[in-house]
Write a protein of this length. Structure first.
Length: 89
Protein backbone atom coordinates (compact mmCIF):
# COMPACT_ATOMS: atom_id res chain seq x y z
CA UNK A 1 0.00 0.00 0.00
CA UNK A 2 1.07 3.53 -0.73
CA UNK A 3 0.32 6.99 0.56
CA UNK A 4 0.02 9.64 -2.16
CA UNK A 5 1.88 12.89 -1.49
CA UNK A 6 1.63 16.00 -3.66
CA UNK A 7 4.43 18.55 -3.53
CA UNK A 8 4.09 21.85 -5.37
CA UNK A 9 6.90 24.17 -6.48
CA UNK A 10 6.42 27.74 -7.65
CA UNK A 11 8.55 28.23 -10.75
CA UNK A 12 7.63 31.77 -11.80
CA UNK A 13 4.71 34.19 -11.79
CA UNK A 14 3.10 32.07 -14.50
CA UNK A 15 4.36 28.51 -13.92
CA UNK A 16 4.19 25.80 -11.26
CA UNK A 17 5.07 22.13 -11.01
CA UNK A 18 3.36 19.39 -9.02
CA UNK A 19 5.43 16.36 -8.04
CA UNK A 20 3.33 13.18 -7.74
CA UNK A 21 5.02 11.23 -4.96
CA UNK A 22 4.26 8.04 -3.06
CA UNK A 23 5.37 6.64 0.26
CA UNK A 24 5.52 2.86 0.56
CA UNK A 25 3.73 2.21 3.86
CA UNK A 26 5.65 -1.01 4.48
CA UNK A 27 9.14 0.45 3.98
CA UNK A 28 8.53 4.15 4.63
CA UNK A 29 10.53 4.98 1.47
CA UNK A 30 9.51 7.72 -0.99
CA UNK A 31 9.46 7.79 -4.77
CA UNK A 32 8.32 10.29 -7.38
CA UNK A 33 6.05 8.90 -10.04
CA UNK A 34 5.82 12.02 -12.20
CA UNK A 35 5.87 15.79 -12.32
CA UNK A 36 3.06 17.85 -13.82
CA UNK A 37 3.83 21.31 -15.21
CA UNK A 38 1.22 24.06 -15.34
CA UNK A 39 1.26 27.51 -16.88
CA UNK A 40 -1.18 30.38 -16.93
CA UNK A 41 -3.78 30.39 -18.23
CA UNK A 42 -4.57 26.96 -16.77
CA UNK A 43 -5.81 24.56 -19.43
CA UNK A 44 -8.56 22.25 -18.04
CA UNK A 45 -7.79 19.61 -20.69
CA UNK A 46 -4.14 19.47 -19.65
CA UNK A 47 -5.23 19.06 -16.02
CA UNK A 48 -7.48 16.14 -17.05
CA UNK A 49 -4.62 14.54 -18.99
CA UNK A 50 -2.33 14.75 -15.95
CA UNK A 51 -4.96 13.05 -13.78
CA UNK A 52 -5.47 10.28 -16.32
CA UNK A 53 -1.71 9.69 -16.65
CA UNK A 54 -1.34 9.66 -12.84
CA UNK A 55 -3.83 6.82 -12.51
CA UNK A 56 -2.52 4.88 -15.49
CA UNK A 57 1.08 4.96 -14.26
CA UNK A 58 0.09 3.84 -10.77
CA UNK A 59 -2.03 0.96 -12.08
CA UNK A 60 0.67 -0.18 -14.55
CA UNK A 61 3.41 -0.60 -11.94
CA UNK A 62 4.12 0.23 -8.31
CA UNK A 63 5.74 3.67 -7.88
CA UNK A 64 8.88 2.31 -6.21
CA UNK A 65 9.34 -0.17 -9.08
CA UNK A 66 9.00 2.61 -11.66
CA UNK A 67 11.69 4.76 -10.03
CA UNK A 68 14.14 4.53 -7.17
CA UNK A 69 12.98 4.90 -3.58
CA UNK A 70 14.58 7.23 -1.03
CA UNK A 71 14.41 7.67 2.74
CA UNK A 72 13.11 11.25 2.46
CA UNK A 73 10.63 13.04 0.24
CA UNK A 74 13.20 15.74 -0.50
CA UNK A 75 15.79 13.19 -1.68
CA UNK A 76 13.23 11.53 -3.96
CA UNK A 77 12.30 14.87 -5.55
CA UNK A 78 15.95 15.90 -5.97
CA UNK A 79 16.70 12.60 -7.73
CA UNK A 80 13.66 13.03 -9.98
CA UNK A 81 14.78 16.54 -10.94
CA UNK A 82 18.32 15.28 -11.62
CA UNK A 83 16.94 12.54 -13.88
CA UNK A 84 14.19 14.42 -15.71
CA UNK A 85 14.98 18.11 -15.27
CA UNK A 86 13.04 20.81 -13.49
CA UNK A 87 11.31 22.43 -16.43
CA UNK A 88 8.76 21.37 -18.95
CA UNK A 89 10.23 20.21 -22.24
Amino acid sequence: MYRAVEVWAHMSESQAVRFRCFQNLRTGMFSVQSSDFYALPVNPERFRQHEEQYLQLFIESPPDKRSSAFPTLEAAIEAHIASFGSSQS
